[in-house]
Design a protein around this ligand. Structure first.
Ligand code: SF4
Ligand code: SF4
Length: 185
């Protein structure tokens, strides 16, 4: 197998492990979360036009909406940039605050970033956002180790600027390292 194919398969396994951890440990906690991310008080939600149009129930064209935003007459929580829109500081309109759930859960319209948060695979590593109270980094590390099986070790680092973003990189344990360790006993 080529190194490229090996990396692709590893990334796939990590993405599946991240999704499995979300299903098992994160999503069941959402209805009782003390600080739901969908309130967008800490997080910024990246949106495409189609999501803005549906979530904010807009009838107007994108051009008209952009003009309104530029004139300071649009929703104050939305900022446009690089062809996308960023919502912050007001709860997402798709968030059901009573049920503490997403009204577009499982639907195509749901932003990709929502499905990725708080644990996702990125370039062969797993990234965890500790702003989600359901993430237990030790349990996540053990989950990934179990998913990959023996022969791997997991190295944890925190982002210098945003220490709540923790990266879990996986390294192959070399046969030599295993042999030298065994020889000590
Ligand atoms: S912060 Fe975590 S537990 Fe809370 S609602 Fe968001 S994903 Fe769910
Ligand atoms: S789309 Fe759903 S998951 Fe994403 S912020 Fe809105 S309510 Fe939360």
């Amino acid at each position: 197998m080529s190194p490229r194919e090996t990396r692709r398969l590893l990334a796939q396994e990590l993405a599946a492990a991240a999704a499995g951890y979300q299903d098992s440990a994160v999503i069941p906690h959402c209805p009782v979360c003390a600080k739901p991310c969908c309130r967008l008080d800490k997080l910024v939600l990246e949106l495409e036009w189609k999501q803005v149009k549906v979530f904010w129930r807009l009838d107007e064209s994108r051009k008209a909406f952009d003009r309104r935003l530029a004139a300071g007459q649009g929703p104050v929580e939305i900022r446009p940039a690089n062809g996308l829109y960023y919502a912050h500081q007001k709860a997402c309109p798709a968030y059901d605050q009573t049920a503490q759930s997403c009204r577009v859960y499982g639907q195509e319209i749901k932003p990709v970033g929502c499905s990725d948060f708080p644990v996702y695979e990125d370039q062969g590593k797993v990234v965890a956002d500790l702003r989600c109270e359901a993430v237990d980094i030790a349990a996540l590390t053990a989950w990934i180790a179990r998913s990959l099986g023996p022969g791997w070790r997991i190295v944890q680092t925190a982002d210098e600027e945003f220490p709540f973003l923790v990266t879990l990189a996986v390294k192959k344990v070399s046969a030599t390292a295993g042999a030298s360790k065994r020889s000590r006993y």
